[in-house]
Design a protein around this ligand. Structure first.
Ligand SMILES: Cc1cc2nc3c(=O)[nH]c(=O)nc-3n(C[C@H](O)[C@H](O)[C@H](O)COP(=O)(O)O)c2cc1C
Length: 356
């Protein structure tokens, strides 16, 4: 059967359908548990959380599902500090938007101290069945430690070189993260702008060169998409945008509404909202700042800078000043609950393979 793959065997799940973890408070216990209980692999994005918050969420997930699930972190969660000169450029480019909303331009954000090491310790304590990460590799001894503890590890690649680096470090599985995907580009060897390969090309390149199971992510939201990925050698798919739009996700109602609207036909890769390149529904700020990367602070300082603007724009319903994360497949979304989405993904893929 199509759903019996190396990935499902390795994880002990029914279907090779992973729910993409969402960072920045967009994941929810209900989402993870519903997907895992339906036979897929739910995932929780925890990179913004403190160690205690991760412990607490993990307890809640365990209470909501007896099935395997995935906890996700960012291996690299901070870029270079910002210089005063950089901050001045940012002020020049962004202060008109703050003025338009009637709020002050923020002080220069304080340097950010990485939380990853502490978060990683929690993962080793909790021992989730699956630990996925993005924005880099982990040292082989850490991956070996995960293996000894029974934690399956998954790294994300946006190029073949990154996939090879991940395999050499000793991960159990690799995500082929195509540029269609919603959210951040998890590139770590070359600039994200130079690592924009489509899912189905990237999947085939990686399949050819690496031995571990490969998970196709980016632009998959239907059974046909799953069938195509499996036909090209994927051992599973990771679906993000379609789950983000479901009632169970923690995205704001307006965010879900936007994903189902005509606006979703246009998405952009932009650094303007966090400092790292990510795909969302094209907004005025993303459009106007295209090509003006020098005006953007490093991650996560740009996020910190933009947080008051985001809040004011939400309060004033200025949707064109917010980047609502989402991938290129959004115009094809149909389902508003995990139950109907999972059912349709499974039925459509089964119907497709029963004809072949
Ligand atoms: C809002 C949003 C946040 C995301 N956050 C993370 C994250 O923190 N960690 C991660 O590994 N992937 C993250 N992703 C990527 C997804 O897990 C998934 O790989 C991707 O959405 C698949 O592409 P699709 O959106 O075309 O379905 C995020 C995606 C979105 C849309």
């Amino acid at each position: 059967m199509w759903y019996n793959t190396k990935a499902t065997q390795l994880l002990g799940i029914d279907y090779p359908i992973f729910q993409g973890p969402f960072g920045g408070n967009l994941s929810s216990v209900a989402l993870v548990a519903s997907v895992s209980n339906a036979g897929g692999l739910g995932g929780y994005g925890a990179y913004t959380m403190s160690p205690q918050e991760i412990y607490d969420i993990d307890r809640q997930i365990k209470a909501a599902t007896p099935k395997p699930y995935n906890l996700n972190l960012w291996v690299s969660d901070t870029d270079a500090p910002a210089s005063d000169e950089q901050y001045d450029k940012t002020r020049q480019a962004f202060s008109p938007y703050f003025s338009e909303l009637g709020i002050p331009f923020p002080e220069k954000p304080q340097p950010f101290h990485s939380r990853f090491e502490d978060q990683l310790q929690v993962i080793l304590d909790i021992r989730p069945k699956v630990f996925s990460f993005m924005f880099g590799t982990l040292p082989p001894d850490v991956l070996e430690q995960c293996r000894r503890l029974g934690i399956k590890t998954i790294g994300a690649a946006t190029t073949l070189d990154e996939a090879i680096a991940l395999e050499n470090s000793g991960v159990d599985m690799i995500i082929a993260s195509g540029f269609e995907a919603g959210g951040h580009r998890p590139s770590f060897l070359d600039a994200a702008e130079a690592s924009t390969i489509g899912t189905f090309v990237l999947l085939q390149l990686i399949r050819e060169k690496v031995k571990v199971p490969v998970i196709a992510a980016g632009g998959i939201a239907s059974g046909r998409g799953i069938a195509a990925a499996l036909a090209l050698g994927a051992d599973a798919v990771q679906v993000g945008t379609a789950f983000l739009a479901c009632d169970e996700s923690n995205a704001l109602p307006i965010h879900k509404q936007m994903l189902f609207s005509d606006e979703a036909k246009y998405t952009t890769l932009s650094r303007a909202f966090t400092g790292r390149l990510g795909r969302g529904i094209t907004s005025r700020i993303a459009r106007e700042l295209r090509g003006n990367e020098a005006a953007i602070l490093p991650f996560p300082l740009q996020s910190t800078l933009m947080s008051s603007l985001r809040k004011a724009a939400l309060d004033q319903q200025k949707w064109d000043m917010i980047l609502f994360w989402g991938g290129q497949i959004a115009p094809l979304l149909k389902h508003k609950s995990v139950h109907t989405l999972m059912q349709s993904l499974i039925e459509e893929t089964t119907a497709y393979f029963s004809k072949v």
